[in-house]
Write a protein that binds this ligand. Structure first.
Ligand SMILES: C[C@H](O)[C@H](O)[C@H]1CNC2=NC(N)=NC(=O)C2=N1
Length: 75
């Protein structure tokens, strides 16, 4: 689940393999573009970490981050 720490919403994801992980990232990217709100993320093989904060608001968690997190949870 998402954890709020250091002014970011953070969640780790683990998939079966890189193909699954990258497919998920592709879907997140399309949602992020549609919402004009983009994640910080890292990916190594089947593991992804996403950190959400709003740069325009001074790098704090806003409703935009909560909405993107909720949309990611629906994938
Ligand atoms: C111009 C553009 O709308 C802004 O820079 C958007 C783009 N995506 C963004 N993503 C995030 N995470 N925070 C922002 O403040 C932000 N701002």
């Amino acid at each position: 689940m998402w954890q709020e720490k250091d002014n970011q919403l953070v969640r780790d994801f683990k998939f079966a393999d890189f193909n699954e992980a990258f497919g998920f990232m592709t879907r997140v990217a399309l949602i992020a573009e549609k919402m004009d709100h983009h994640p910080w993320w890292s990916n190594v093989y089947n593991e992804i970490t996403i950190k959400l904060s709003t740069h325009d608001a001074g790098n704090v968690v806003t409703d935009k981050d909560r909405k993107l997190a909720a949309a990611i949870d629906k994938i």
